[in-house]
Design a protein around this ligand. Structure first.
Ligand code: SAM
Length: 276
């Protein structure tokens, strides 16, 4: 790509993002640049268009075409008990604090297809807390949310999920929480009864209640630093006094304006607690 070609692309991308923001309110302009461009290019291929600007009339006049773009902009990679050592630490260092509360509200921001929320429900159940918990699991990708609500995942993932569950300090067998059939596993409805799946856009929507525990893992990495800071402030404002915030292993709060208002509960696992 020549320099002129690059700057044309930048210009077209700006126009596209401005049209998207004007019509749908989504601010993809603050997503990390390289991954944004990669995803737009991939979307151009699947839509069969040659120029970035060709996407503008498509999105303006066809909401389903835009919904497909949102889906492509969202990386939904996830798994049960992802980074099991994180869940182990949560069980050992945070659950004893949660046990002192009469009612517990948990928010999974950027829940993708839901495995993180089901993992949390299992962990809380094993610690005798599920019946006094409400788990909120949100994402801006409606297709991922529809999948999450089913609680159905490929059986081929089960070996990995079981290994993660064991490493996370699971107290039973993961198969106790799901049934198998048609090459799939389906998590028990009793877990889903405690989870509310809803659409929430971290970029455009506001504070989300007063949570005791918030997990926003592997979401911030897709945002530029300015947006990370804004979203971290939103997460912080959604925590109750002494609430707990968990982010992903490759993410950090040190640069952000909330960095000095959180104390470290587990530095390696990125678990923090509101100072006041
Ligand atoms: C890689 S997944 C992380 C899933 C889970 N938290 C985990 O760690 O396994 C990232 C999720 O963030 C969601 N996401 C990206 N931008 C978002 C936004 N502005 N608002 C809400 N969710 C967003 C994506 O749709 C995707 O489902």
């Amino acid at each position: 790509m020549t320099e002129a070609g690059n700057s044309d692309q930048d210009f077209e991308l700006k126009l596209l993002l401005s049209a998207v923001q004007g019509k749908y309110g989504y601010q993809f302009g603050s997503y990390a640049r390289a991954s944004l461009m990669r995803r737009v290019r991939r979307h151009m291929q699947t839509s069969g268009v040659q120029h970035i600007s060709d996407l503008i009339p498509l999105f303006l006049h066809d909401e389903s075409a835009f919904a497909a773009f949102v889906k492509d902009m969202s990386v939904v990679v996830t798994e049960m008990f992802r980074n099991p050592e994180f869940f182990k630490s949560l069980r050992e260092s945070i659950v004893p604090i949660l046990k002192t509360y009469p009612f517990i509200k948990v928010w999974h921001a950027g829940c993708a297809s839901g495995q993180e929320a089901y993992s949390m429900a299992i962990l809380l159940d094993e610690e005798g807390l599920l019946d006094r918990c409400q788990i909120y699991a949100t994402d801006f990708n409606d297709q991922a949310l529809r999948h999450a609500k089913t609680g159905i995942y490929p059986e081929s993932e089960m070996a990995l999920y079981e290994e993660n569950y064991r490493k996370a300090g699971g107290k039973r067998e993961l198969s106790d929480y799901c049934h198998r059939g048609y090459d799939s596993i389906k998590f028990n409805g009793r877990l889903a009864d405690h989870i509310t799946f809803a659409n929430h856009n971290l970029v455009t929507d506001g504070v989300f209640g007063e949570m005791n525990l918030i997990l926003c893992r592997n979401v911030l990495i897709y945002f530029n630093q300015e947006l990370q800071d804004r979203v971290l402030q939103l997460l912080f404002d959604s925590l109750c006094s002494r609430g707990v915030l968990c982010i992903g292993k490759r993410e950090n709060i040190l640069f952000s304006s909330i960095g000095d208002q959180l104390e470290v509960a587990d530095r390696d696992q990125r678990i923090y607690r509101k100072c006041i």
